[in-house]
Design a binder for this molecule. Structure first.
Ligand code: NAP
Length: 275
């Protein structure tokens, strides 16, 4: 039995669809019964913030998809770290053997925002004695529609991106890799850096979205972010992430989606056509 956490999210919804297609036994952990009902699969209501609520969800589970997000840091700490570390402990206690974690591109102790949080969780997972795989995707193509990371605002794709290329990935492919690993665990534990098939500039992406592109200076970007009410430390960290993107930190294209699923990842055009 597989337990899918974060099942109602951008990646999680695709995991649910793809596990249904694979016709394997699984259930979803959801915070809201109404949203669980919409998934069309077995679900248990629980909250990663309430470890006691995970017991019923983990009953008879041997494989776990560890996936959550969404909450902003509180006093510089990611709620996600507390939540997922608690889920790892509960999974071990419940007899889970194999954990597939949705992480992020190049998690490291010096990384910013949620990427550092993912690194912390990976450390906890590796020390847990459970078998593990970490999927480390670049940015999701879906961000251009969900508004994550300050993407299109006011009908313009604007940001301090310069000419840096980013190999964005469709969450559909992240989910396909998760499904492959959940249903066919490899012999070895390990990390899997995931990218789309091409690295694009934001000017090229804006053209695909039929939007004008405006390359902001870091100062202009900071002013826009502060105007949204984001705290200074958060804006500073976000600008560092943008600077890394502009310098090509997510421009590498890996073969991991092809290796894990046997097919090429979706291009940006295919992602747009499938919406
Ligand atoms: N966006 C990107 O470009 C990107 C890139 C690399 C890695 N990632 C990572 O990918 C992961 C998944 O991202 P996503 O965009 O799919 O996230 P998302 O759409 O925000 O979904 C988050 C999921 O977590 C669930 N959740 C949140 N708090 C919970 C709690 N306390 N207890 C139980 N469930 C909870 C949400 O459930 P509800 O329906 O109840 O809210 C939702 O199903 C995140 O860890 C993110 O850091 C994202």
């Amino acid at each position: 039995m597989i337990l899918v956490t974060g099942a109602t999210g951008t990646v999680g919804r695709h995991v649910v669809r793809s596990l249904k297609e694979a016709d394997v036994p699984f259930r979803a952990l959801v915070r809201d019964a109404g949203r669980g009902g919409e998934l069309g699969c077995e679900f248990v209501v629980g909250d990663l913030d309430v470890p006691a609520s995970l017991g019923p969800a983990l009953e008879g589970v041997d494989h776990l998809l560890l996936n959550s997000g969404g909450a902003l840091p509180v006093a510089g700490r990611q709620p996600m770290v507390r939540q997922q570390n608690g889920a790892i402990d509960a999974a071990r206690a419940a007899g889970v053997t194999w954990v597939v974690k949705i992480s992020a591109w190049q998690p490291a102790p010096e990384a910013k925002l949620s990427v550092r949080g993912h690194w912390e969780i990976e450390q906890h997972l590796k020390a847990s004695g459970l078998r593990w795989a970490s999927l480390q995707p670049t940015g999701y193509m879906q961000n251009f529609f969900t508004g994550r990371g300050g993407f299109p605002q006011g009908g313009t794709l604007a940001g301090p991106y310069g000419t840096g290329r980013v190999a964005y990935i469709d969450a559909y492919d992240v989910a396909a890799c998760a499904t492959a690993l959940l249903t066919r665990p490899p012999l070895d534990d390990g990390s899997h850096p995931l990218t789309g098939p091409e690295a694009l500039t934001h000017r090229e992406i804006a053209a695909k979205l039929s939007l004008p592109f405006r390359d902001l200076t870091p100062r202009e970007a900071a002013e826009g972010l502060r105007a949204q009410g984001l705290p200074d430390w958060f804006v500073t960290d976000l600008l560092e992430l943008y600077a890394d993107l502009a310098a090509g930190a997510m421009s590498e294209v890996t073969s991991t989606v092809q290796d894990l699923t046997g097919r090429a990842p979706r291009t940006f055009d295919a992602f747009l056509a499938g919406r």
